[in-house]
Write a protein that binds this ligand. Structure first.
Ligand code: GLU
Length: 419
């Protein structure tokens, strides 16, 4: 009898501080961590490539320093992170060593990936570790990041990591089983949402947690939805499930492996999945389906411009220009298409792009349509906006490029879903 080889995946598992540290006693949740370690090791032995994105540095630091509340002073938080990160990785290392599984620590700040070569280096290093059979454990390097360059929360960091390495699945482990229409702790009528295929049409109330999460963590449901949107845009199916039951990951992954490959339509997939969750064949979870392949962000550079870089200012362009930038044979951004410049930025920085709309008076109310890396500073663009490229030299006294942004440095997210 020939056995059919099961599909192996690249999986990012995001674990929040509240899964690792008890919010009231501040003690490490060693039993839960051991359960996570056993689950992840099993997945690894099944041949999957696993990356953990783990919070907990600040929470472990608070425990060491016997602090009840997270300090508000940035340098104090950074000091706690540097105390706690060692403890955190030490504990993971002790537990994984019992399972003969090697781990590696990867600490990232946004500054580390501001340069495209460095971004690709980070990607190559993580891929190299995965090829060696090692489990990278990623966290933000809180000790060095200041607010302007912070990823901010590990939900976002995990989605960027998943996008960077083109993972198949991102598991956001949290303290509720799934996404609900409202906060199930305060609203008994809150309904579970099992499958999401159009995230921009989702109608849920996440206001209750305000995205603030627990006293030990940073994210709430709001940041999970942002992370899911970001990851599904780049082809990563995203799953929210209960962090106190890590083996749910194993159950969900083996259910995915057992799926009939002939089920092609989204409707069919959604029906089967919902039925199997309701029939308790798989644990309760929310699954955000990745965008269809033809609309996903496939290019590393486009993903990096949109999500790796932090924007500094805004360029307002006219509608004709937007059309030219987004058509199939995309044009570069010329000064002639620029109507206004907001903020201060330098050349090579990333700026937001918005389209002028005569019905909207305040430019800050315009919605961002894309991002680009510019060849000129904000002040230079203020002088040359609306002009032909041939005039740049006579206005500025030099012309480094005919483009404000070359087409390779322009990135637009997938268009909103059409129903
Ligand atoms: N990087 C932070 C830490 O390790 C956590 C950020 C988050 O909870 O999202 O404590």
């Amino acid at each position: 009898m020939t056995s059919v080889k099961k599909k192996q995946f690249t999986i990012v598992v995001k674990i929040g501080s509240s899964s690792l540290v008890d919010a009231t006693t501040r003690e490490p949740r060693i039993a839960n961590m051991s359960h996570i370690v056993e689950t992840i090791t099993k997945l690894r032995r099944q041949g999957h490539k696993i990356i953990i994105v783990s919070s907990g540095a600040i929470a472990f630091g608070m425990k060491v320093m016997k602090l009840e509340r997270k300090p508000t002073k940035l340098s104090a938080i950074q000091a706690l992170a540097s105390i706690g990160q060692g403890r955190l990785i030490g504990l993971f290392n002790d537990l994984f060593r019992q399972m003969d599984q090697t781990i590696a620590q990867v600490l990232i700040t946004r500054n580390d990936i501001i340069d495209y070569t460095q971004y690709k280096n980070a990607k190559n290093t993580i891929n190299e570790l995965l090829d060696m059979g090692i489990i990278p454990i990623v966290n933000e390097n809180d000790t060095l990041s200041v607010s302007e360059i912070k990823f901010g929360d590990n939900d976002t960091l995990s989605a960027i990591t998943a996008g960077m390495i083109h993972a198949d699945y991102l598991f956001l482990m949290t303290d509720v089983e799934c996404l609900y229409t409202d906060n199930p702790r305060t609203d008994p009528n809150a309904k579970p949402i099992l499958v999401v295929d159009k995230i921009d049409e989702l109608n849920v109330n996440t206001n209750d947690d305000g995205g603030a999460g627990t006293n030990v963590g940073t994210g709430g449901m709001t940041t999970k939805l942002i992370a899911a949107g970001l990851a599904t845009n780049v082809g990563v199916t995203t799953i929210i499930t209960l962090s106190s039951q890590p083996h749910y990951i194993l159950d969900i992954v083996s259910h995915i492996q057992s799926q009939d490959k002939d089920v092609v339509s989204i409707e069919e997939q959604i029906n089967i999945l919902q039925k199997d969750i309701l029939d308790k064949k798989i644990p309760l979870h929310t699954r955000f389906l990745s965008l269809p392949q033809d609309t996903q962000i496939r290019s590393d550079k486009r993903f990096w411009i949109l999500h790796g870089l932090k924007t500094r200012g805004t360029l307002i362009i006219d509608k004709g220009c937007f059309k030219a930038l987004t058509r199939r044979d995309r044009a570069g951004l010329l000064p002639a298409g620029i109507v206004d410049v907001i903020g201060t930025f330098h050349e090579n920085e990333c700026v937001s792009i918005k389209v002028k709309d005569d019905d909207i008076e305040n430019p800050n109310d315009l919605i961002e349509v894309g991002q680009c890396r510019v060849n000129y500073t904000a002040n230079e663009i203020r002088l040359i906006k609306g002009h032909k490229s041939q005039e740049i030299e006579s206005i500025l006294g030099y012309a480094d490029s005919e483009y404000i942004a070359h087409r390779d440095n322009l990135a637009f997210p997938p268009p909103p879903s059409s129903s």
